[in-house]
Design a protein around this ligand. Structure first.
Ligand code: 6PG
Length: 236
């Protein structure tokens, strides 16, 4: 069943998603002793990161028991302004008590991206507990873009991308297999620019190859009002 949470604005969206991360991380830690959490890049998750890193929220997660993974990475060095790792570090990881050894970053700086993907694949044998995803206006998530053969990928868990339509074209990404194997998947979308993609992903009938986010339909979604504006179904 799809659960949409529709917040009034981006700030409330971040608070709602942060609350859910706290609940899911605590449950994972209570049952298995650790929480394997995957982060995404882009603008939308930054409010969630900042909320989790804030003085009021930091202690709600037992960060010493959290491992961090990434849903995707741009092919840039880790200190580059476009690096998803750098964004996560600046907005979250530098502000919570998590050890460097617990952070599994994708090597976006690698010359051989296919080798970096294979290396990352080895860290993904166990399911992720929580995967945070953003949504592209074209219906992509992580770096699984419309028209990409990765939409139908069944065997690999991580892959190199060489022709992403969103710059930069060279990227690393997890595949749909990782999403299917994950215990929870939270997709965040904020702003009117995402309204068509949200409606297509949740209610549309486009081929999944044209709108990869359709495969996220049955998971949890955190939207703000502008992003939810084109949905027909009642939301809570
Ligand atoms: C990336 C992403 C990508 C992102 C969406 C939404 O590295 O570019 O991980 O999948 O989450 O494109 O990005 P915005 O939140 O910036 O719109």
């Amino acid at each position: 069943m799809t659960v949409h949470t529709v917040a009034e604005n981006a700030d409330e969206l971040a608070a709602a998603a942060a609350g859910r991360v706290v609940v899911l991380a605590s449950a994972a830690i209570a049952s298995r002793g650790v929480c394997r959490l995957a982060l995404s890049g882009g603008r939308t998750p930054q409010g969630l990161h900042r909320r989790l890193a804030s003085d009021a929220w930091r202690d709600r997660v037992d960060w010493g028991r959290v491992g961090i993974w990434f849903a995707d990475e741009r092919a840039v060095p880790p200190d580059h302004p476009d690096s998803n790792y750098r964004m996560a570090r600046d907005t979250l990881l530098d502000h919570v008590p998590i050890g460097a050894k617990s952070v599994h970053r994708m090597r976006g700086e690698a010359e051989d991206l296919a080798a970096a993907a294979a290396e990352y694949e080895a860290t993904l044998a166990d399911p992720l507990d929580v995967v945070i995803l953003g949504l592209g206006e074209d219906g992509h998530f992580a770096s699984v873009f419309p028209g990409s053969p990765l939409v139908m990928e069944r065997l690999l868990r991580a892959a190199a991308v060489f022709d992403a339509p969103k710059p930069p074209p060279r990227r690393l990404t997890v595949t749909p297999r990782v999403i299917r194997e994950a215990r929870s998947v939270l997709t965040l979308a904020s702003g009117a620019g995402k309204a068509d993609a949200v409606a297509q992903a949740l209610e549309g009938d486009a081929d999944i190859r044209r709108c990869p986010a359709r495969m996220l339909r049955t998971y949890e979604w955190f939207l703000d009002r502008p992003a939810a504006a084109r949905l027909r179904a009642p939301t809570k």
